[in-house]
Every structure is written in C-alpha cells, then in structure tokens.
Design a protein around this ligand. Sequence first.
Ligand code: MG
Length: 157
Amino acid sequence: MIRTGIGFDVHRFAEGRKLVLCGVVVPHEFGLLGHSDADVATHALIDAMLGAAAAGDIGKLFPDTDDRWKDADSVGLLRDVVARICRTGWGVVNVDITIVCEVPKLAPYIEEMRANLADPLRVEMDCVSVKATTVEGLGAIGRREGIAAMAVATISD
Ligand code: MG
C-alpha cells in the first residue's frame, strides 16, 4: 500500500535566535521563535510523515508545554518519528518540501538541507526534494515577519 500525508507550519522571526531550516543553520539577522529549534521546514515534514501514517501530529507527540522538547533538534525529532513509523511496517518513498519566505535567499543551502534529511528519512538524497519560493511581498510572510513551510510525504509498506 502507498499512502501520502501533508504538513504545514509557520514560525515568526525573532531576534537572538539561530535560523535553522532542515537542520542547516542559515546565516540571517533573525532566527525563528519556537519552543524547539523552530525548524519550520522539518516541522512541516514531520506532520506530513505523521499524516501519511495517520499517527497524530507534532503537537501531540512533542508538546511545547514539555521541557524535554525545549530547544530540541527538530531533525532528531524527525528521526524519532521515522523510527516509529518504520516500526509499524512503513518505509519512506519520497518527500517534497516547499519553504516560503522573502528573506533570506535559500538557494545556496538547498543541497545541504536535502543531504541532512536523507539520513533520518532512511532514503537516498534523490528521494528528498527541498524547494524555496517567495510570496511576492504579499501578507505576513511577504512583510518578512516569518517563514512558512509545507511538505508532502509518501510512504509504502
Ligand atoms: Mg512548528
């Protein structure tokens, strides 16, 4: 059987934080605000993985009221989620992520992001797609207030 899940997340920019996207620290004047490392792209991917397996969502597994997940490495959380899903007989087929922001420009970091996710997902890099786009200055993301990300994950038994 083949199943697909979708994930979406948004985090706002904040001073004094690192900007972490797909586990890559991207140089920028702001990071993202959040209980964990606020890796919005990995959060969207985790929700897509959990959605495909109908196994809940990131807020249910890693509540932001729990100090265990304070400043958590989100790629580590992804590794944990993939392990859970694989234990129930699923394997990852491919994933596709779109990161939505006006700044910073992400093109120089995309290959490192793909490489970073392949290992926790237990797939080759050519099964991991990461893309970036802007919103042409429209809305909160367009006003450079934060970053959004969406992801699709396909799993098979
Ligand atoms: Mg999040």
